[in-house]
Design a protein around this ligand. Structure first.
Ligand SMILES: Cc1cc2nc3c(=O)[nH]c(=O)nc-3n(C[C@H](O)[C@H](O)[C@H](O)COP(=O)(O)OP(=O)(O)OC[C@H]3O[C@@H](n4cnc5c(N)ncnc54)[C@H](O)[C@@H]3O)c2cc1C
Length: 326
């Protein structure tokens, strides 16, 4: 095995937690064979971030630092990273399953004539092939797949599945500057219009408070926001809440929204449709608050509270505030 390359992602000047999780996953893959874990760090003015990856087990960081790589463009990153991957020939290329990775990795895999597995919750090397396990049918079953054909094989890993644990022993990753191949780039990004500035990003959040039709209107989401503020949580929503105009589409969890994987998911006034479960079914602990004891969400929930969310949520907020203040 010649090694595993991690594609790092930067958000607002910081490395995303999922990039460290993927580096830790790459380290455990390579520990079996002693192969090299490398990280491709692309952006502008990002040299200062390279040193962090050694902690999670990277041996090397390839630094592609160029003003044309900030902000992200599909064109620029594909050109720069395809050339790097061709030159370094890793066996596998991994990234966190983010919006950026879902845009970039299919292009890279197609350009290099290889295969991609997305949203894996486990990865391994079996018979020399990158092998991934991922949820299917709304998290009701798990499929195991492996990439065939030419290496490198590509995969994205669901955030919050693998802990971003410091490698033992930590390494001091060597930094190699690489001039990115940007001659063929045809795109200039003029502006990024952000809808979610300053909020905890849903796909990376370790706690999510989510609301559905039971919340009844946009104004009432305030009580969920108060609970979220106490827990440092992100706010999610069912499609009904989004289609009703109470929350933006960026908050939608589910089959046609975001796939999330927090440590704690609190579903308030959400029935638990298969389409909603497809987006949050792998959350580590699920708490459901619903006035209907027959609501399907209770079949999936670890803890269920049968009650009116307008009574239960403020009580929960108050009690958690007290508990966390102590
Ligand atoms: C192709 C397709 C894709 C879809 N994609 C998604 C998706 O990505 N995400 C998604 O969420 N849905 C999606 N849906 C829609 C999905 O089928 C459901 O309609 C939706 O998830 C239901 O949302 P809900 O649970 O908020 O509403 P409901 O199913 O109406 O449930 C509301 C719940 O609130 C409870 N309730 C009411 N009042 C209170 C109260 N005061 N206190 C406590 N509980 C209360 C009720 O008992 C009920 O269980 C999709 C559907 C299709 C066909």
């Amino acid at each position: 095995m010649s090694g595993v390359m991690v594609i790092a992602e930067i958000k607002e000047g910081k490395v995303k937690k999922s990039s460290f999780e993927v580096t830790a996953a790459a380290r455990s893959l390579c520990d079996q064979s002693g192969a090299e874990v490398s990280v491709a760090l692309a952006g502008s003015g990002v040299e200062g971030l390279a040193g962090e990856f050694g902690t999670y087990g990277a041996d090397k960081v390839y630094l592609l630092d160029d003003p044309k790589l900030q902000p992200y463009s599909t064109d620029g990153f594909t050109a720069a990273l395809a050339r790097l991957i061709e030159e370094k020939s890793p066996d596998a290329v991994l990234a966190g399953n983010s919006i950026l990775a879902r845009d970039l990795l299919p292009r890279l895999a197609a350009r290099l004539g290889s295969g991609l597995m997305t949203d894996c919750i486990e990865i391994s090397i079996e018979d020399g092939h990158l092998t991934g396990l991922y949820p299917v049918y709304g998290s009701k079953a798990r499929a195991k797949a492996r990439c065939a054909g030419e290496k490198p094989h590509f995969a994205t890993i669901r955030p919050n599945v693998i802990a971003a644990e410091a490698a033992d022993p930590p390494r001091s990753a060597a930094v190699e500057k690489v001039a990115p191949a940007l001659e063929a780039v045809r795109t200039t990004v003029l502006d990024n219009i952000r809808e979610t500035g300053g909020k905890v990003e849903l796909t990376e959040a370790s706690v999510i408070v989510s609301g559905g039709r039971g919340v009844k209107n946009a104004e009432n989401f305030k009580i969920l926001e108060e609970l979220a503020a106490v827990l440092g949580a992100a706010i999610g929503a069912s499609r009904v809440a989004v289609d009703s105009g109470w929350r933006s589409h960026a908050d939608q969890v589910g089959q046609t929204g975001k796939v999330v994987n927090p440590r704690l998911y609190i579903a308030c006034g959400i029935s638990g449709s298969v389409q909603h479960l497809a987006g949050m079914g792998t959350s580590r602990t699920i708490v459901a608050i619903n006035s209907d004891p027959e609501a399907p969400i209770f079949e999936k929930a670890d803890y269920g509270i049968v009650g009116d969310l307008f009574t239960v949520v403020p009580l929960l907020t108050e009690e958690l505030k007290k508990a966390l203040d102590n």
